[in-house]
Design a protein around this ligand. Sequence first.
Ligand SMILES: [Zn+2]
Length: 175
Amino acid sequence: MMEDCTNDRLKTPVLVLNRSYEALSITRMRRAVILLWLGKAEIVESFKWQIHSSTMAFDSPSIIRLQSYIHLRRPAIPLTRKNIMKRDGYSCQYCGIKGVPMTCDHVIPKTRGGDDSWGNLVCSCMVCNNRKGNRTPKEAGIKLVRKPKRPHYFFMFRSNFNIPDDRWRSYLFLN
Ligand SMILES: [Zn+2]
């Protein structure tokens, strides 16, 4: 039914949301259009271009939402140095530098009551780590690039995660 489309466009990634609007998975345009056509999903965000078959034109979805709720049990993401670095894209969360040796830094130092948690551990370059020392960011006069949070589980399965559409960000807790 979609023979007029280029294969490239049918391979465009589409974000699939649960009925609850929670991000569930990423599929391809071809499958997303079929889900829409079967009435199993609705469009949340679409691209400006359309998909044409010989007889019909379809809006091309970027984000779809399933009509029924899918129960998923997901393993907790282990809090490890590696996963902290991965969440932060191997970039220093104080100065933004990339491609230099990194360490994990407690935003609130342990000696000051900071804990080992997603919200208190960030990837930091050695320079910032030394400069900050045993101080809070406020005391050291440095600001975090972004507030550290528990990452979305997608990130643990995709090492080079490129967001194809900025509208995905709010569903992936990247804002
Ligand atoms: Zn730094």
